[in-house]
Design a protein. Structure first.
Length: 134
């Protein structure tokens, strides 16, 4: 019996999302976290690890009949857990394929332009929804 791709995506995504919320909350409440986004950091790093592992095992090592399981683990779970893992895997593939320049551009551009996107989003939200004046 073949499991429908949508079911694999939903199960993986729901599991990843739930684990992300629980783990981030737990980590961020640790006294040693001291206000740092340690939960996000740990999730991004572990998600990158899981995606790298799953991509190699499922896409490159197992027979093709197992390829749909990547929808459960790689796209579903890691997508719900963190999209940072996808960014890391794609950057790694660029390096592995010899495209060091594109990999560097992807890493630097994603971080810098992504941060600029956050700044712009915050600015627009503050403009459209100003806080209470004191």
């Amino acid at each position: 019996m073949k499991i429908h791709v949508a079911v694999l995506l939903m199960l993986g995504g729901a599991t990843g999302t739930l684990l992300r919320a629980m783990l981030a909350k737990w980590l961020d409440e640790r006294p040693w976290a001291r206000g740092l986004p340690i939960g996000t950091f740990v999730i991004n790093v572990t998600g990158s690890f899981v995606l790298g592992f799953a991509a190699v095992v499922i896409k490159e090592r197992l027979p093709s009949r197992y390829s749909d399981w990547f929808f459960l683990v790689g796209t579903g779970f890691c997508g719900g857990y963190t999209t940072f893992s996808t960014f890391e895997w794609e950057s790694f593939r660029l390096v592995r394929d010899g495209s060091w320049g594109w990999a560097l551009a992807n890493v630097c551009g994603s971080v810098l332009i992504g941060f600029a996107g956050v700044l712009l989003g915050v600015a627009l939200a503050c403009l459209l929804f100003p806080g209470p004046t004191e």
